[in-house]
Design a protein around this ligand. Structure first.
Ligand code: 2IT
Length: 446
């Protein structure tokens, strides 16, 4: 235990009581950058870390709307504008019943480092609401989005803060949010990313998080002298991120054998490919948030209620669902069953216990802020295209995504190499930190 780190964390906790996810995300970063921080008094004197853990601005607001029965409903809206040192605040909106300030602060904090790693000019932010689309009609979702944006629109803008999607916010929600912003502000600008192709969106954005994650995993494998072809992979989740990852793994000759939802997981030993991948989109469109129906459509697969896919024997595991979905027990089970690479695609998908288990045992593991950065990277490319009022081709966007994921891997190696082992957690955190910290020093005490 390092006394400096413990003191830092105690002070943080006393200022932000109860924000356990936020504390978890900060601790992981502080533990890995501390030596570097200690060795560079100019960062310490300027209290860079202390400033980084305090969001520049936190906005909380009421979101009133009317359901289909004519009843009034009230949700809470949030936007945490964490750090604008490198560019406009950038990060997704999450609509899920679990959303609270702690979760959005952890996500906004991580986003700042992730966006720094992409090499693109984006600050970090995150927002959302405790609204859940589960069981809601399309009209209810539209009315909620319109009410949410009626308040949010005064705080954001293409040069100020550019939200996008996250859990519960996909193309449909971005459409309703963009429509309302455009109407109120009378502006057609790149104020949101993840837009539809016909109205300002970028090719590859829907696939980008999953594709980028697989490109990153390819670099990790190459480092080990292996390739994706022929590998068996377990994936959790069944949303946009899981869909993109499965699509790319299938294309490159890997075999994905699991998906999961809040109801349990599906094991499909034949592999999820072809029409099965398209079926994930149908599952999502039901608004039911379950994966069990998969086994009725595709015989030969099995459904395991209320359990996670990490018990299956695979070569590679890719958590693609939500934070803390893979704990230390899961980590031990995976490794005992022969899994040799874990690519965290969800934000903070692994608990601190799981991460420490991987690092202590020198298991190849990379954190979400590196692995999943392709999503926000292509959002950055969508912003560039919107500013130019021009669209790049699929090939152009994909090539840039390839370069960005390659560069993030290089950064992780540069700061995380420990002999033959790459500590990707340290690499991503120090790499992300240095760029933001240097820019904060240059911009003075603001
Ligand atoms: O976690 C993430 O990086 C996202 N949800 C995407 C953010 C974005 O602005 O595209």
């Amino acid at each position: 235990m390092n006394a400096g780190i413990e003191k830092f964390m105690e002070e943080l906790k006393s200022r932000t009581p109860g924000e356990s996810e936020f504390h978890q995300a900060v601790r992981e970063v502080v533990e890995t950058v501390w030596d570097f921080y200690d060795a560079n008094p100019r960062y310490k004197q300027a209290k860079i870390l202390e400033r980084m853990v305090e969001p520049e601005r936190t906005i909380l607001f009421r979101v009133p709307w009317m359901n289909d029965l004519g009843e009034v409903e009230i949700n809470r809206g949030y936007r945490v504008e964490f750090n604008s040192t490198l560019g406009p605040y950038k990060g997704g909106l999450r609509f899920h019943k679990s959303v609270n300030l702690s979760i959005l602060k952890f996500l906004g904090f991580e986003q700042t480092f992730k966006n720094s790693l992409t090499t693109l000019p984006m600050g970090g932010g995150k927002g959302g609401s405790d609204f859940s689309a589960k069981g809601r009609s399309d009209n209810e979702i539209m009315r909620f989005c319109q009410s949410f944006m009626t308040e949010l629109c005064r705080h954001i803008g293409p040069n100020t803060d550019v939200p996008a999607g996250d859990i519960g916010v996909g193309g449909r929600e971005i459409g309703y949010l963009f429509g309302q912003y455009k109407r109120i502000r009378n502006e057609f600008t790149g104020v949101l990313t993840g837009k539809g192709l016909g109205w300002g969106g970028s090719l590859i954005r829907p696939e980008a998080t999953g594709f980028g994650a697989v490109y990153f995993v390819q670099h990790m494998l190459k480092e080990m002298g292996k390739e994706l072809k022929g590998m068996t992979v377990s994936v959790s989740g069944f949303g946009n991120v899981a869909w993109g990852a499965i699509k790319k793994i299938d294309e490159l000759g890997g075999k994905v054998v699991t998906i999961s939802g809040p109801d349990g997981y599906v094991y499909d030993p034949a592999g999820i490919s072809g029409e099965k991948i398209d079926y994930l989109l149908d599952l999502r469109a039901t608004n039911n948030d379950v994966v069990a129906p998969y086994v009725e459509v595709f015989p030969g697969s099995s459904f395991f209620p209320q359990t996670k896919p990490w018990v299956q024997k695979v070569d590679i595991a890719l958590p693609c669902a939500c934070e803390n979905e893979l704990d230390e027990n899961d980590a031990r089970t995976l490794v005992a069953n022969g899994c040799f690479l874990i690519g965290e695609v969800s934000n903070m998908g692994c608990t601190a216990g799981a991460v420490n288990y991987f690092l202590d045992n020198k298991v190849t593991y990379a954190p979400g802020k590196a692995v999943n950065a392709g999503g926000v990277a292509v959002s950055g490319l969508e912003m560039s295209q919107n500013s130019m009022r021009y669209n790049w081709t699929r090939e152009e966007v994909d090539e840039r995504l390839h370069i960005i994921m390659h560069d993030i891997h290089e950064t992780c190696q540069k700061y995380g190499r420990e002999g033959n082992y790459i500590n990707y957690v340290k690499g991503a955190n120090v790499g992300g930190f240095v760029k933001v910290a240097d820019a904060m020093l240059a911009l003075g005490l603001v």
